[in-house]
Design a protein around this ligand. Structure first.
Ligand code: COA
Length: 449
């Protein structure tokens, strides 16, 4: 990041001097550089397309980012010599890179990423970011994200910004001054969108069970995937809910409009929805624009378990790919295949359970089975996690597990009791198989709960 100091008098000239084309700007990236993208919707598609088009100029450029809705073209095996992907969170565009040999995983809690940047555990040469046009004082806005991008822009040696007039102007730690940018490319494009997931009967049943544990006046964290929207749809008759969450999607908007989410009983940041990033549709991004009800803060603050715990009646709701008989939660890998990332799941599970009023709870909610395209039915409740899978939330932290068949509380239960409780919320088609596994695992006859 440039250390220049611009006054409000001269930033316009500074802006003009830094203005360039995407093709020129990406020449600032050199072979073997470590490049970080702005997180999620702050990923500057225009710059990335130009970087990929310029691939012949690079050897061994390391790319790192967390959630991405982009194409992930730099992970195409044909660019193996040009780019490698050191991912923190994987998605559709990057998931196959490890199998192709040009991807790898950096295990890090999202909340620690800015701290690692400040301590030099992870160093970035170039940060590519999408921002709003500058305001009258020369400050551009990150609009939909503060998470790690706020710190990445301050830690990277070079910051290249794509200025997009569709980026909203949001309040919080979202500002960067033109003087702190090294190159500026004006390129308008629609912001990337994530459509609300389909919510069917299974998700609605899960949502109803979650809602039954949530008291009026609670503060919610909502994870990523199909379940959060279903939970929100089940909360229409609740009152005075608040949000302190790593992310929000469109699902919160109906409840804000209906006055259910008003943040009036929050014990930290009363009256405000506090998040690190937004991922949804234009409707959500419009909501973010100059809205004092919304505050974006970096992830090392929002996801800090000690900060989360300051919210009375804190409820965290996250999802999982697999839960074993001991209550170990796998949320980011399918066997050895990296599917996503840890995100803030563990921090919110811990923060909620330590809420200062003693009324916080953490919920892992998931359908009891998944059905693959070829019709194979896979139970998400298993005796043992898949070979090579990584535990996300461990058996010491886990509390409520919910499927469409009910609620199983883990805290306070022995391993046998946990397994019995989990079998009671498994899909009926796998109960016989699971009870046999119970008998082999615990050397005790299985008696249903
Ligand atoms: N074995 C094999 N495949 C499985 C599986 C299992 N046990 N469970 C799910 N899958 C497959 C599904 O079939 C689906 O495959 P498809 O893409 O081919 O259709 C895919 O995995 C995704 O499953 P789904 O249940 O639709 O996931 P989701 O979109 O609801 O997301 C998580 C669920 C767990 C992946 C997501 O919540 C996550 O990444 N969590 C980790 C981070 C986190 O919790 N952050 C919280 C703070 S934001």
């Amino acid at each position: 990041m440039s250390n220049a100091v611009a006054t409000p008098m001269n930033w316009k000239e500074d802006y003009q001097n830094k203005l360039t084309t995407a093709e020129e700007a990406v020449k600032l990236i050199k072979s073997h550089d470590h490049v970080i993208f702005g997180h999620c919707i702050c990923e500057p598609e225009g710059l990335i397309d130009a970087m990929v088009a310029n691939h012949d100029a690079y050897r061994g450029v390391h790319i790192t980012h967390m959630v991405s809705l982009g194409k992930g073209e730099y992970t195409n095996p044909k660019y193996k010599d040009n780019f490698t992907f050191d991912g923190i969170f994987f998605g559709a565009g990057t998931r196959n890179s490890i199998a192709h040999g040009n991807g790898d995983v950096i295990p890090v809690y999202f909340s620690e990423l800015p701290i690692w940047m400040r301590r030099g555990i992870l160093n970035f040469d170039v940060c590519l970011v999408m921002v709003s046009p500058p305001d009258q004082w020369g400050y551009c806005n990150l609009g939909v994200e503060s998470g790690y991008t706020f710190q990445a822009m301050r830690s990277a040696k070079t910051v290249i910004a794509q200025v997009n007039s569709n980026m909203p102007f949001a309040y919080g730690d979202t500002h960067i001054h033109v003087s702190q940018l090294d190159a500026i490319v004006e390129m308008d494009m629609p912001l990337m969108e994530s459509q609300p997931p389909a919510v069917g009967d299974v998700e609605m049943a899960i949502g109803e069970y979650c809602a039954s544990l949530i008291e009026d006046g609670s503060t919610l964290q909502l994870g990523i995937g199909a379940i959060p929207d279903a939970v929100l749809a089940s909360l229409k008759n609740h009152k005075h809910l608040g949000i302190h969450s790593e992310m929000i999607a469109d699902g919160v908007l109906d409840l804000v409009e209906a006055g259910v989410i008003d943040c009036s009983e929050k014990t930290l940041h009363k009256g405000q929805i506090v998040v690190t990033f937004l991922m949804g549709t234009k409707r959500l991004y419009d909501f973010a624009d100059r809205n004092p009800m919304l505050m974006l803060r970096p992830v090392d603050y929002v996801n800090d378990p000690t900060v989360i715990a300051k919210n009375n009646k804190m409820v965290s709701i996250n999802s999982a790919l697999q839960v074993d008989f001991m209550g170990q939660v796998v949320a980011a890998s399918i066997g050895t295949k990296q599917f996503s990332g840890v995100g803030g799941q563990v921090d919110f599970v811990r923060g909620a359970s330590r809420a200062e009023d003693g009324k916080g709870i953490s919920i892992i909610a998931m359908p009891s089975i998944t059905v693959k395209k070829d019709g194979t039915v896979i139970s998400k409740i298993v005796p043992y996690i898949d070979n090579g899978a990584a535990v996300t939330t461990n058996r010491y932290d886990v509390d409520y597990i919910i499927t469409e068949y009910g609620i199983a509380r883990m805290k306070g239960k022995t391993l046998r009791e946990r397994a019995r409780a989990l079998i009671s919320i498994a899909h009926p088609s796998v109960v016989d198989e699971l009870s046999k596994a119970f008998e082999e695992r615990f050397n005790t006859p299985y008696v249903g709960d």
